[in-house]
Design a binder for this molecule. Structure first.
Ligand code: C5P
Length: 234
C-alpha cells in the first residue's frame, strides 16, 4: 500500500443519507477518492443493507454501524450474518457479554468488532439516571480495558478521548473517531472537534467524516484534501 492509499484507507466517509439513490450518487461522485464508507441505521432501515453488501462486493470497505446489543445468542448470530455480507467493521455496545458474543460470531472472518464505549450524548448525570455508579471518563476507560481483554477489533471514541485511550490500550486496538473537521470547516452540531491531522497524531487509526465531505460543494476535492492532511500526519 502506498502512503496515499494508506491515508485514504484511514478516512471513513459517513453515508448519512435517507435513501440508497442519494448514497449511490455520493459513492459515484467520490469514486476512487474514497475506499471506506460507514453506513448506519438510517440508511440500513431505508433499504440500505443490500446497498451496503453491493458496496462491499464492489471492493469498498464498509463499516456497518448497527450498535448491536441483545442477549449473547442473538448478538452472536447477527454478527455472523453481518460477517457473511463482507463488512469490515460492525459496532456493538461495549458490554462484556455483547462484545464476547459478537467476537464469537465473527471468528475466522474479516469482520472486526468495534465497541461503542459510552455514547457521547451521555454525561455523568445521564449515567447516574441510568443507574451507573461511574462517571463517563471512568466508564469509558473501564470498557476500553474490557474490550482489550476480550480481544475485539477496536473502539469507536470521540476525538478528545483518543490520546488517553491509545495510552491505555496500546497498539492492539483500532481506534476510530468521529467529530473531525478540517481546519476552517463548519462545526455543525459537533461540540468538540479535531482536525484530521490532530486526530491521527493523537493515535486514531481511522477517522469517520460525514458532512465536511458529503455536503461540500465539491465532495471529491474535499475528500482528496482530507486524505492529503492525513498523509501529512502519518
Ligand atoms: O457529519 P459528521 O462528520 O459530523 O458525521 C460524523 C458521523 O459520526 C455521523 O455518522 C455520526 O452519527 C457519527 N458519530 C458522531 N459522534 C459520535 C458518534 C457517532 O458524530 N459520538
Amino acid at each position: 500500500m502506498s502512503r496515499t492509499e494508506d491515508a485514504r484507507d484511514r478516512m471513513i466517509v459517513a453515508l448519512d443519507v435517507a435513501d440508497t439513490a442519494k448514497a449511490a450518487r455520493l459513492v459515484k461522485t467520490l469514486g476512487d477518492s474514497v475506499s471506506f464508507y460507514k453506513i448506519g441505521m438510517e440508511l440500513v432501515y431505508g433499504g440500505g443493507l443490500e446497498f451496503a453488501t453491493d458496496l462491499a462486493a464492489s471492493g469498498k470497505k464498509v463499516f456497518l454501524d448497527l450498535k448491536l446489543h441483545d442477549i449473547p445468542n442473538t448478538v452472536q448470530k447477527a454478527a455472523a450474518q453481518v460477517s457473511r455480507l463482507g463488512m469490515t467493521y460492525l459496532t456493538v455496545h461495549a458490554f462484556p457479554q455483547t462484545m464476547k458474543a459478537a467476537l464469537e460470531g465473527t471468528r475466522g472472518t474479516d469482520t472486526k468488532i468495534l465497541g461503542v464505549t459510552v455514547m457521547t450524548s451521555y454525561d455523568d448525570s445521564d449515567l447516574l439516571a441510568a443507574g451507573y455508579a461511574m462517571g463517563v471518563k471512568e466508564l469509558v476507560a473501564h470498557r476500553a480495558r474490557q474490550a482489550k481483554e476480550i480481544g475485539i477489533g477496536g473502539l469507536i471514541l470521540s476525538a478528545e478521548e483518543v490520546r488517553a485511550m491509545r495510552k491505555l490500550v496500546g497498539d492492539t486496538l483500532d481506534l476510530v473517531t468521529p467529530g473531525i473537521r478540517p481546519a476552517g470547516a463548519a462545526i455543525g452540531d459537533q461540540k468538540r472537534v479535531m482536525t484530521p491531522g490532530e486526530a491521527i497524531a493523537a493515535g486514531a487509526t481511522r477517522l469517520v467524516i460525514g458532512r465536511p465531505i458529503t455536503e461540500a460543494s465539491d465532495p471529491k476535492a474535499a475528500a482528496d484534501a482530507i486524505v492529503q492532511e492525513i498523509e501529512a500526519a502519518l
